[in-house]
Design a protein around this ligand. Structure first.
Ligand code: NAI
Length: 508
């Protein structure tokens, strides 16, 4: 299906954060764009702001002055909705209220030609229900941009029950022509990103609630070991707790209270207290100008001689960690073993978390001085790793692990003996949600991974990440979490289980 020709006039309704950005994207791609807002003067002000921002980019060499003049020349404020009569594509980015949006779509039906595409940028409403009762529901489609629209690559192209496939394909091709990375999604609560991302927040919030570590430590682990740009607490402080909590609540309600999406009580407390994050000056952190950000907890280094590391069995996922230790001058030896891989560092037995608590695993496998290590995006790069230990693991054993890892410039943060540590449980849950999204036909596996990279900057698509970890291993983490908590929340997706059992993959 072809993209809209640039001769097609685009209409954008709502000149707020999203509408203005989307109007800019369409004008940059070469369309004439009409921008309307029911607040007097808002559309003109938005266009002036776009001009100021683009002019700054001319100074930085990102655009020429001629290009900016062309873009601004193609942006026109509209006086009323009747100006949209000649548009071939109209996108609404008005207030997130279903009745107001439905009323607007009804009005547009009487103004626009029957073949004009009517797109909605809704982030949480059902595209199916917005199309219900319209004369031509097949031309109503979700085109969900991310904030800021000129920067973020992802566009979710969301089909309601009655959306014509050809219309969705045209919007997909158009988003591509506009320089975006579109993915198809079916209209379901949260679409792709707002659904699959829930565990990113939920697991950190739960770990905080269980006092596994403080916010600064958990955030540092997610950044420095997980490779995420921000941890959940700094990110939700930035997003605003009212907004983030409302999204979680709407997905939770949308799935009839599925425990996988259960909102967090500690986040609700912040909302109730009006501690909304940056916009109110305080959330999990103080956001005032001279606030000093708390430091992440790290086990300090003793200065004693660094013990060697003996690898028992196949080092598997930890092989790049072992190579890094060796390159840093740690004496590494190996011994064959039929059991799963463990590292002996001084008196400590070090193993990758498999979702069991350290106390459970030490008992199951008869291991002494057990130190569990968390998943990292890339062990050859990470500056920090989370660890946990069983109750009878000595301080000396933990110290030896800290000293050994410090030789390779890896700091360790100890968290309490929680199942699946921090990065591992988050990645397993993200992949699990991604798997159900694929199982339910909401998106393809490639769509899920693209959406999470391009929409929320994840360092790796969660389904690919699970494949690299091993699907049977990811499944085991979830099963162990489910067993430890005895909760529905960690139930493994049928698709993940099926692929793990079949030796299959998400990505062909
Ligand atoms: P906003 O509050 O910044 O802008 C909304 C604009 O729509 C305002 O300028 C308002 O005056 C105007 N408006 C309200 N009702 C109107 C009507 N009946 N007719 C014409 N104009 C009207 O909101 P924002 O953040 O731009 O969100 C707009 C839409 O985009 C919502 O559906 C939201 O869920 C969605 N969205 C928001 C994202 C975000 O991060 N802010 C991300 C993706 C989607």
């Amino acid at each position: 299906m072809k993209a809209l020709n640039t001769s097609v006039i685009c209409g954008v309704i709502g000149a707020g954060a999203m509408g203005a950005g989307i109007a800019q994207v369409a004008a940059q791609a070469g369309h004439s764009v009409l921008l309307y807002d029911n607040r007097e003067g808002a559309a003109s002000t938005a266009i002036e702001t776009i001009e100021r921002q683009l002019t700054r980019l001319v100074e930085k060499g990102k655009f020429t002055a001629e290009q900016v003049a062309g873009i601004i020349g193609r942006l026109q404020p509209a006086d009323s909705l009747s100006d949209f009569a000649g548009a071939g594509f109209v996108l609404e980015a008005i207030v997130e209220n279903p009745d107001v949006k439905r009323g607007l779509l009804e009005q547009l039906e009487s103004i626009c030609s029957a073949d004009c595409i009517l797109a909605t940028n809704t982030s949480s409403l059902s595209v199916t229900s917005l199309g219900a009762g319209r004369q031509h529901p097949q031309r109503i489609v979700g085109m969900h941009f991310f904030n800021p629209a000129p920067v973020m690559k992802l566009v979710e192209v969301v089909s309601g029950l009655e959306t014509d496939k050809a219309i969705a394909e045209c919007v997909f091709a158009t988003a591509k022509a506009w320089g975006k990375e579109p993915v198809y999604a079916r209209s379901t609560p949260g679409f792709i990103v707002n659904r699959v991302a829930r565990p990113f927040y939920a697991e950190s919030l739960r770990l905080l609630q269980e006092q596994a570590a403080d916010c600064a430590t958990l955030d540092a682990i997610m950044r420095e070991a997980g490779g995420f740009r921000m941890g959940a607490f700094e990110l939700t402080d930035m997003i605003g707790h009212d907004v983030n909590y409302a999204v979680t609540k709407s997905v939770f309600d949308g799935y009839y209270g599925d425990f996988r999406f259960q909102p967090s009580l500690i986040q609700k407390e912040l909302v109730d207290a009006g501690l909304l994050g940056r916009k109110s000056g305080r959330g999990f952190y103080s956001c005032s100008e001279n606030a000093v950000k708390p430091e992440a907890g790290s086990v300090s280094v003793s200065g004693d001689p660094v013990p060697g590391c003996t690898v028992l069995g196949d080092s598997g996922v930890l092989s790049s960690l072992v190579s890094r230790l060796a390159s840093a001058g740690v004496m590494v030896t190996s011994e064959s073993s039929s059991d799963a891989c463990v590292l002996r560092i001084g008196s400590a037995t070090v193993a990758l978390t498999d979702g069991r608590m350290a106390c459970q695993r030490a008992r199951d496998e008869g291991l002494n001085n057990l130190v569990l290590v968390d998943l990292a995006l890339d062990y050859s790069q990470s500056g920090r790793l989370a660890v946990s230990r069983a109750a009878n693991t000595s301080d000396a054993a933990l110290q030896q692990v800290a000293d050994c890892f410090a030789k390779a410039d890896i700091r360790i943060s100890e968290v309490s003996d929680v199942p699946g540590l921090v990065v591992m449980r988050t990645v397993a849950m993200l992949a699990n949600e991604g798997a159900d999204t694929v199982l339910h036909g909401v998106a393809s596996a490639a769509g899920v991974d693209t959406a999470m990279r391009a929409g929320v900057n994840y360092p790796r698509g969660p389904l690919l990440w699970a494949e690299q970890l091993g699907l049977p291993e990811t499944l085991a983490v979830l099963e162990n979490l489910q067993q430890a908590y005895g909760e529905e929340r960690y139930r493994p997706s049928l698709l993940l289980r099926r692929l793990a059992l079949q030796g299959g993959r998400f990505h062909g």
